[in-house]
Design a protein around this ligand. Structure first.
Ligand code: SAH
Ligand code: SF4
Length: 340
């Protein structure tokens, strides 16, 4: 069976050619898939019943199942999706107060090889890359299930997007061209894979790059993220400066705040020094608890103190709102499995 989701217009035209239908039918199917987000071919009501029957013999809309769906008290939705080979990933829809803004947090891999000490995803190890079709299927599933149109995509679910860059770039192109999601509304978050950052710098995409820095110096970053041994902060800085110079775009620095570990006065000073010549905004992420480590979230006061000291350096600083933590949908809590 051919899976229609993920095909571009050319791909759909190949099917309509086989069925000896006009190219206009392909355009209609394309709209049903990407803009109206139907679940079945039967819902494509501007196609004749006869044509739908023929199409159903060779194609289905999707082969991905919703295994579990949870809704947080703040409206965040978390889906556990199952692909045909039985592997599962999570995808999250965040609805902010401004309802016009619907952000899908998508996964790029099953598991993650980077294994940061604070993250639940890394604890599973790396299982496999997702194909670009599997990545976009996450957004389609959300649209089909809610009847809403996703407006923003962040690659902040499971996995390291820059270790699956070809599929991520292809998915971004499809989000852009088929879903009409502007590249500026797409953010890729990375733990700092330098070759991936270099490649992104050379691709002409208007998307936002977010770097998970999380530490003010090499010693602390090494404790939190093993990847610091391979791609240390000093090298990262060069890659980021080069990215900014080539693309002209401001990057986002993500900084996880962990009590007494990287939220001290000393840390702010070092962080300001590290960032002083980088064109960036800073997004502070208070640590969300996961099993198997003793890290703690700082108090509200200490988060605010850190923020205002950082702001004195002239940078724009935001604190990430915690979304969906009651259903383990917040940053770092995605494990890609069901509790049994
Ligand atoms: N692999 C990519 C993208 C996925 S993680 C990356 O690491 O950037 C998305 C963000 O959630 C990253 O900034 C990550 O460091 C952060 N995160 C991971 N575990 C977390 C936790 N327990 N609490 C808060 N944020 C966490
Ligand atoms: Fe992988 Fe990102 Fe989690 Fe680190 S924080 S283990 S890179 S998903």
């Amino acid at each position: 069976m051919i899976v229609l989701s993920g095909l571009n217009l050319n791909g759909i035209e190949k099917i309509t050619d086989v069925l000896k239908a006009s190219k206009f039918r392909a355009r209609q199917i394309h709209n049903w898939i990407y803009l109206k987000s139907v679940k079945t071919i039967d819902e494509m009501t501007d196609l004749s019943v006869k044509f739908r029957e023929e199409l159903k013999k060779i194609a289905v809309v999707t082969d991905t199942k919703i295994k579990v769906k949870q809704e947080s008290s703040d409206g965040t939705l978390k889906y556990l999706l199952e692909y045909p080979d039985g592997e599962c990933v999570e995808t999250v829809l965040m609805r902010f107060d401004n309802r016009a803004n619907l952000t899908a947090c998508v996964s790029s891999q099953v598991g993650c090889a980077v294994n940061c000490s604070f993250c639940a995803t890394g604890k599973r190890g790396f299982i496999r890359n997702l194909t670009y079709k599997e990545i976009i299927e996450q957004v389609l599933t959300i649209q089909r299930d809610t009847g809403l149109k996703v407006t923003n995509v962040v690659f902040m679910g499971q996995g390291e997007p820059l270790l699956n860059l070809d599929n991520v770039l292809m998915a971004m192109k499809i989000f852009n061209e088929n879903f009409q999601i502007g590249a500026r509304r797409i953010t890729i978050s990375t733990s700092g894979i330098i070759p991936g950052i270099e490649k992104l710098a050379s691709v002409d995409m208007q998307s936002t790059l977010a770097l998970s820095l999380h530490a003010p110096n090499h010693e602390i970053r090494k404790k939190l993220m093993q990847i610091e041994n391979k791609y240390p902060m000093s090298e990262l800085k060069k890659a980021l400066k080069d990215y900014i110079a080539k693309t002209g775009r401001r990057i986002t620095i993500e900084y996880l705040l962990i009590k007494d570990l990287n939220d001290t006065l000393e840390s702010v000073k070092e962080l300001v020094a590290y960032l002083h010549d980088l064109k960036c905004n800073i997004n502070l992420i208070p640590y969300n608890s996961t099993e198997k480590n003793d890290y703690q979230k700082p108090s509200g006061n200490s988060i605010m103190r850190f923020k205002s000291l950082l702001e004195q350096s002239g940078k724009k600083v935001t604190v990430r709102l915690e979304r969906g933590s009651d259903i383990d949908a917040a940053c770092g809590q995605l494990r890609g499995k069901v509790d049994v």
